[in-house]
Design a protein around this ligand. Structure first.
Ligand SMILES: [Mg+2]
Length: 331
């Protein structure tokens, strides 16, 4: 695969600003660059606060998906979970309704400015809605220290969690927590410790996780992600980063290429967007999404085009990241 230059990328780039249905990650609007590559539409949407070195890995993934070869696929639908931001219990039904009938919900916890009581109330509301057969996982985004995480695990035990995602920020903390919870049968999933680490497999080597959350964009693409999963030897949940349906389709392709897929994937988040770049968003139906490339629609790209100022900001970032990739082709 010849790496497209920054100029070539700009020529096929469309910058959009999509409103969210629910405030998430502290944002109300999701900005993304849609890229029309020879293999199909692709997406470059690292969060705005990320430095160029990290964002360049997201660009490697976008190029892999839009310009690279197709992986071999072993399934054509992907079971997905609903994703619940750190909302009030009274909002739980309204948010989850957007995902349709899903058996699994990922609940955001440990939000700055909230308490464990808020988390317990939110998880309780989800359990009441799902009933005993539903699966609930919580994601702390590294917001707890080890003691807080252990305390939270006790407080949330009555709600029968599927796993605890990134309860603490660092690998040593995860390892200690996993040790403390060893008799609990409460698995620990690593997310930031995979996608934001210099070595995504360090968390595995440290024995600090029972499963991995894997996202194609921050890991440099589908092929790179498949190599990491294979080397880890751990079960995997494929997830996304509030992508448009074009980016979610890349995640679905990664999930479809994995030899084993034991958990529902975090690829249902089109439901959190109030607008998308396709008239056929990858919304979960009966808890699944299909594995198909998604094309961006010209009318919707125009409808949701970013302001000139934001467009210039993204195209300059695209350029800088392309330069970084050309200087360091391994990404
Ligand atoms: Mg996470």
């Amino acid at each position: 695969m010849g790496l497209p230059s920054g100029r070539e990328l700009r020529e096929v780039a469309h910058v959009v600003a999509l409103p969210l249905a629910t405030r998430f990650r502290g944002i109300d609007v999701r900005e993304a660059v849609l890229l029309r590559g020879p293999s199909g539409w692709s997406e470059f949407a690292p969060f705005t606060e990320y430095e160029d070195a990290e964002a360049a890995t997201w660009l490697a993934a976008a190029i892999d998906y839009g310009w690279g070869a197709e992986p071999d696929l072993v399934r054509d639908v992907i079971p997905v979970n609903a994703t619940l931001p750190a909302v009030e219990p009274a909002q739980v039904a309204e948010v989850l309704d957007r995902f349709g009938a899903t058996r699994t919900v990922k609940v955001k916890v440990a939000q700055a400015g909230q308490t464990l009581a808020d988390d317990v109330a939110r998880v309780r509301a989800v359990r009441e809605r799902l009933g005993p057969a539903g699966r609930i996982r919580v994601d702390a985004n590294g917001g707890w220290n080890v003691d807080e995480a252990e305390h939270a695990a006790h407080a949330l035990a009555p709600f029968d969690l599927e796993y605890l995602e990134q309860p603490c920020a660092s690998v040593p903390e995860l390892a200690e927590l996993r040790d403390r919870l060893r008799d609990w049968q409460l698995p620990i999933a690593a997310d930031e410790s995979v996608r934001k680490a210099a070595d995504p497999l360090a968390v595995v080597a440290a024995g600090a996780a029972d499963l991995l959350v894997v996202k194609a964009a921050p890991l440099g693409g589908i092929a790179a992600s498949l190599r990491i999963v294979a080397a880890s030897g751990l079960p995997t949940v494929v997830s996304s980063a509030l992508d448009t349906s074009v980016g979610l389709a890349m995640g679905a392709r990664l999930a479809a290429a994995l030899p084993d897929l034991d958990y529902d994937c975090g690829l249902g988040t089109a439901a959190l967007l109030a607008a998308d770049v396709t008239p056929h968003p990858l919304l979960p139906r009966e808890g699944r999404i299909p594995v198909d490339r998604v094309d961006a629609d010209p009318d919707l790209l125009s409808r949701w085009v970013a302001t000139t100022e934001r467009r210039d900001w993204w195209l300059a970032r695209l350029d800088r990241c392309a330069d970084l990739l050309h200087d360091h082709p391994a990404g």
